[in-house]
Design a protein around this ligand. Structure first.
Ligand SMILES: *Cc1c(COP(=O)(O)O)cnc(C)c1O
Length: 230
């Protein structure tokens, strides 16, 4: 009986992956936000064509990494604690959530020890919410100028969450704010600052995020189904 349920669930994940992949432009990268999912669920998504998986917590990623390994690219999409940098550098191919000089320096140093260059995105707190991570839009310039010449990280763009809304239309202004910062840096053509990736949009908001310029979307619920609270 449970095998039948599992197979039905795996089929659902495959259908969802196909639907989303077919509904987004080919130049938009899809990150499967995989927090709380089992390795079987994540593998089903990979079998259906997922190329990048995103994790919020290093410890959870580490567990799944032991099973899934390098079949896919790994993006860190949650806040990185400084005491987890060592492990994060070993697992992830991109860190989307750099928001302080200290964190950038720590990642840079750890990458140097591991002979790695880490592509990073700057996380923007586009809603300027005091309880959220990310750097405020008005503080981005200072952060970027302080970290851009670190030898073992490469700034590749921006990421934002924005405030959570029931109606995704309410997210649009925060996506616009982030895109403005993205374009401003792009136009400046600063050495060591490449504005290539703009990561924004989740299950309910990704179509709007793409219209506002996102080329990375991070989707969980719409791929895997509703999360159980853990
Ligand atoms: C969980 C999560 C997502 C995906 O959210 P869904 O609403 O489940 O699609 C995207 N980005 C981050 C940073 C997340 O933590």
């Amino acid at each position: 009986m449970s095998e039948i349920i599992e197979q039905a669930e795996i089929d659902l994940i495959k259908t969802s992956v196909n639907e989303i992949v077919n509904s987004i432009p080919p130049d938009v990268m899809l990150v499967a936000a995989s927090k709380t999912r089992t390795a079987e669920e994540v593998q089903a998504a990979i079998d259906a064509g997922i190329k990048i998986i995103g994790y919020n917590y290093v410890q959870e990623a580490e567990k799944i990494f032991q099973i899934i390994g390098n079949q896919v690219q790994w993006h860190l999409i949650g806040h990185l604690q400084k005491n987890k940098v060592k492990k994060a550098v070993k697992i992830f191919n991109m860190i989307e959530t750099i928001d302080s000089v200290e964190l950038a320096e720590k990642v840079d140093k750890e990458c140097r020890l591991n002979n790695k260059i880490m592509p990073v995105l700057i996380e923007i707190n586009s809603g300027e919410e005091s309880n959220k991570t990310g750097v405020f839009p008005e503080d981005v310039d200072r952060l970027i100028f302080q970290i851009k010449d670190l030898p073992n990280i490469r700034i590749k763009g921006l990421m934002t969450m924005g405030p959570r809304f029931g109606d995704p239309e309410n997210s649009r202004p925060y996506f616009k704010t982030t895109k403005k910062v993205f374009d401003r840096f792009k136009d400046q053509n600063i050495p060591n600052v490449e504005m290539r990736y703009l990561s924004m949009g989740m299950s309910n908001s990704y179509p709007i995020a793409i219209k506002e310029g996102a080329n990375i979307v991070r989707i969980g619920t719409k791929l895997f189904g509703t999360r159980c609270k853990i």
